[in-house]
Design a binder for this molecule. Structure first.
Ligand SMILES: [Mn+2]
Length: 461
């Protein structure tokens, strides 16, 4: 295989991975506490670590943390209950508020393994890493936390080095990749791509060439066009009648499954739709219904993770979907499409480099984050500007903002992505938040928000 990562510190990254693996094995822990994030990538990472610990016969507990409280308060709850067993914490897909975490753990006797792909909140050179912290973060070595390596990819690589039979659970890594990257499978890069190809080789997932109507891949073509959120199809906007009309004009049987259209039909359809709908998708041959389709499965995990952690973990065990999950899925998709239609018409406050959208009263707060993400990947707004979407959070009277930018923006302003601007804001105006280059979030006071809005281009410099 061609090594595409020579320029990035692949060797250093892999030797750090070995270092974590060696220490994890040498220390013979008697108890492990796994903590992961509440999204598809986080659940998949957690499931991989749980399976590893099960195989190693190490007693463990697992938890999901949504960063709603400070690390200090969250971890205090664990520290007060620890006995004398030799204990390790494993954080996956979470925990890159590294300077804060170091202060909390540096005098503890437990060990902490952090496997995360979010950008860390400080320069690594400026950190004093305590002996009980085992940090593996590919962004330190120049990798991109979204396109190059998902949290679950990282968890998979760690677990597989310890127990090679983890390869059979590689589909979990694919779920994490799909949930975080929001990309057609031919656009994966680096470690994500390597793992993806390895899992295909293993026969655990199958790759399909053809239509990309993510959100509706499991449907008939008329419903697939209607429910597609990646790409979001502006010509249809979730309207079944509009979808049927297009298909009738093209003389395509509206009841054919999305994945059964032939190349002639696909080409005809592409000709009348303004977004790219051709690419590669993947399926889990052992699952059925919605769960057979990788994107749709990971989307459902993301949706459930927001308010039903047990249902999300349960989904990983099941070959097919429950009625409850199915309803949740369609409610979500319909809502998102409505929100994306709203976004394409909503009033925006635009500066040279940024777009502000006041979503209060127009989009439910629980949808702000996903609406921002899908508006950005679908280029519904100007891709040359950074998006700030949000409003006041009623409970705490803080302004909550989703921050998003496109790859196009990053090419124009390298190194000045979402996490960069969030750190700038925190430095000057306070607040809590973090994220990746392309996506992040921050909560600030109404006063700070006012200053931010007036001076936004300075924070983006
Ligand atoms: Mn992640």
């Amino acid at each position: 295989m061609i090594d595409v990562n020579v320029k990035k510190g692949k060797k250093k990254f892999l030797s750090q991975l070995e270092y974590l693996v060696e220490n994890f094995l040498d220390n013979r822990y008697e108890h492990v506490i796994s903590i992961s994030h509440n999204d598809a990538d986080g659940f998949s990472s957690s499931a991989l670590i749980q399976n590893l610990l099960h195989k190693l016969q190490i007693p463990f507990e697992y938890h999901i943390f949504n960063l709603a409280q400070s690390w200090k308060n969250y971890l205090k709850g664990f520290f007060s209950k620890l006995g004398n067993k030799k204990t390790a914490f494993i954080f996956t897909d979470i925990g890159s508020n590294i300077s804060e975490i170091i202060q909390i753990i540096k005098d503890r006797k437990e060990d902490f393994f952090i496997l995360d792909h979010h950008e860390i909140d400080q320069k690594i050179e400026d950190l004093e890493i305590p002996d009980n912290l085992f940090l593996l973060n590919p962004t330190i070595y120049g990798f991109d936390g979204l396109s190059d390596i998902a949290g679950a990819t990282l968890a998979y690589m760690f677990a597989k080095r310890i127990k090679p039979s983890i390869i059979k659970l590689g589909w979990l890594a694919i779920l994490g990749i799909s949930g975080d990257s929001l990309k057609s499978m031919d656009k994966l890069a680096s470690f994500n791509k390597e793992v993806y190809e390895e899992i295909i080789e293993e026969g655990i997932i199958l790759e399909l060439d053809g239509l990309i109507l993510f959100g509706g891949m499991h449907e008939t073509i008329k419903e697939g066009l209607r429910y597609s959120i990646l790409p979001f199809i502006k010509e249809i906007e979730g309207d079944l009648q509009k979808s049927k009309k297009i298909l009738r004009k093209l003389k395509i049987d509206e009841n054919r499954p999305v994945i059964k259209l032939n190349s002639d039909e696909i080409e005809k359809l592409q000709g009348s739709i303004n977004a790219n709908i051709i690419g590669k998708s993947a399926i889990f041959p052992k699952k059925s219904g919605i769960l057979k389709f990788v994107f749709e499965h990971s989307l459902l995990l993301n949706i459930l993770g927001f308010n039903n952690i047990n249902a999300a973990f349960n989904l990983l065990q099941r070959p097919n979907i429950t009625l409850y999950s199915k309803k949740t899925y369609y409610d979500y998709i319909k809502n998102l499409i409505k929100n994306l239609s709203t976004i394409s018409r909503i009033q925006r406050d635009v500066s040279e480099k940024a777009i502000f959208i006041d979503a209060e009263g127009k989009i439910p707060p629980s949808n702000w984050s996903d609406t921002s993400s899908f508006a950005t990947v679908n280029e519904i707004l100007d891709p040359n500007k950074m998006l700030f979407l949000g409003g006041e959070e009623q409970r705490y009277h803080m302004i909550k903002l989703s921050v998003r930018c496109s790859n196009k923006y990053l090419e124009k302003y390298p190194g000045k992505g979402a996490n960069y601007v969030i750190e700038n804001i925190k430095k000057d105006l306070g607040g809590v938040g973090g994220g990746h280059k392309l996506a992040g979030g921050i909560k600030i006071s109404p006063n700070s928000f006012h200053i931010l809005r007036e001076n936004i281009d300075k924070f983006l410099e």
